[in-house]
Design a protein around this ligand. Structure first.
Ligand SMILES: CC(C)(COP(=O)(O)OP(=O)(O)OC[C@H]1O[C@@H](n2cnc3c(N)ncnc32)[C@H](O)[C@@H]1OP(=O)(O)O)[C@@H](O)C(=O)NCCC(=O)NCCS
Length: 379
């Protein structure tokens, strides 16, 4: 069947919208390392808590001490209706954790009495609430116990400490909290990545914030995006158990499989977030007795550099950090989502504040025009 004409070169360049500037944002830039609202992520990770950065991403500026305390109090006061907690827990045991959370966020919208309220302040309120509700949902969704549960915040501690406790991290080392804060900070925003762009497309139809976050969670789940994170846990285990990480890499490449945690659409010479987390990951490995696993990871890295020239992305050290902190593999991608909610919501609010429907065009590559044959004449 004849294909219609068109410029193959243009199509190849546009596949995956690689390099296409699809809009403007004041939230983050990759132009000069990665910066949130003008601040380099390395500086933020070294000096701030995750709450400070979430506030920055959402509101546009770092909070002063009083504003931060008020923000932390609002987060700590959050709760989730018991009916929602029950549903995310009672979904079929085969439902992956991130899918449960996606359903949970969708349900939260029905329990928000001010869901229909519009405007920037209303969206910021929903965003802050969702940021605080998500770890509670996560705690409920992974709970295996029967009977009612009501996960709550300990207001005497920051979000990272609460996440460690609520989501089942077990590490009790002095580095656990600063490293978890730094890792969550790395995930807060990343310009027009697939899930954020999805959220903006949904927001651009004037749909509400919850619907846009549900869609973003759907986009995050895939292994080329956030889904890579939880797969790294299994892959690293396999590489380690094989006793020969280099041969393990060669085997995957020979089978044309991808090594999760390597390569990036934008960072072709290394991901600044991976570089920043690498030393923290190494320190934590030593503190938690995971030196041998860390050595295997270094061997995988060397093999990938040598055989493909690909560099690790942020997920490569993060998956190990989460593992060393005692989190189970199924929680890795949800932890990414927990942080990225700040970025998604900031982008949704930015889209709402200067909206134009996002509706690109497609270059047609199907058959040329033809007439509909009668049913009995069709081959
Ligand atoms: C992130 C990713 C989707 C970016 O991809 P991209 O810029 O669109 O690059 P492509 O998918 O076009 O890949 C280009 C080439 O590199 C190869 N490649 C890319 N990442 C690879 C990986 N992790 N392992 C092995 N090969 C890889 C592809 O097979 C392709 O090879 P080919 O040209 O011989 O077909 C890709 O690097 C990937 O799949 N990484 C693994 C998943 C991951 O870690 N995701 C989290 C991203 S933060």
């Amino acid at each position: 069947m004849e294909k219609s004409g068109g410029c193959a070169g243009d199509r190849a360049r546009q596949e995956g919208l690689e390099g296409i500037i699809a809009g403007e944002t004041a939230i983050s830039t990759l132009a000069d390392g990665l910066r949130y609202r003008g601040y380099a992520i390395q500086e933020l990770a070294a000096q701030s808590s995750f709450e400070e950065v979430a506030y920055l991403v959402l509101h546009g500026d770092l909070p002063d001490a009083v504003t931060l305390r008020q923000f932390q109090s609002r987060l700590a006061a959050a709760s989730v209706d018991p009916a929602v907690l029950q549903v995310v827990r009672d979904l079929p045991a085969t439902a992956p954790l991130l899918d449960r959370l996606r359903t949970g966020v969708s349900l939260l919208s029905h329990y928000d009495p001010a869901r229909a309220a519009g405007g920037r302040d209303a969206s910021l309120r929903k965003a802050e609430q969702l940021l605080a509700q998500f770890p509670l949902l996560l705690a409920a969704a992974r709970c295996k116990k029967t009977g009612p549960i009501t996960p709550t915040y300990d207001p005497g501690h920051g979000l990272a400490e609460n996440v460690l406790r609520l989501v089942g991290g077990t590490a009790a080392t002095p580095r656990a909290i600063p490293v978890l804060n730094a890792t969550l900070i790395m995930y807060a925003d990343h310009e027009f990545n697939a899930s954020t762009f999805t959220a903006r497309v949904v927001a651009s139809t004037l749909s509400d914030l919850y619907a846009a976050v549900v869609a973003a969670l759907g986009a995050l789940q895939g292994p080329l995006h956030g889904g890579a994170l939880e797969r790294i846990g299994e892959a690293l285990h396999e590489a380690f158990e094989s006793g020969d990480p280099d041969a393990w890499v060669q085997g995957l490449l020979a089978r044309k499989q991808r090594v999760m945690g390597f390569g990036h659409r934008v960072y072709k010479h290394g991901d600044i977030r991976a570089q920043s987390l690498q030393p923290l990951c190494r320190e934590l490995a030593f503190e938690t007795g995971n030196e041998r696993l860390e050595q295997a990871a270094e061997q995988v890295e060397q093999a990938m550099r040598l055989r493909t020239g690909l560099h690790p992305n942020v997920d490569w050290p993060s998956a190990r950090i989460f593992r060393y902190l005692g989190f189970s593999a199924e929680t890795f991608t949800p932890l990414f989502a927990l942080s990225r909610i700040s970025g998604w919501c900031a982008h949704i609010i930015e889209q709402q504040s200067n909206n134009r429907l996002i509706q690109p065009r497609a270059s047609y590559a199907g058959v040329t025009a033809r007439t509909v044959p009668r049913l009995e004449d069709r081959p």
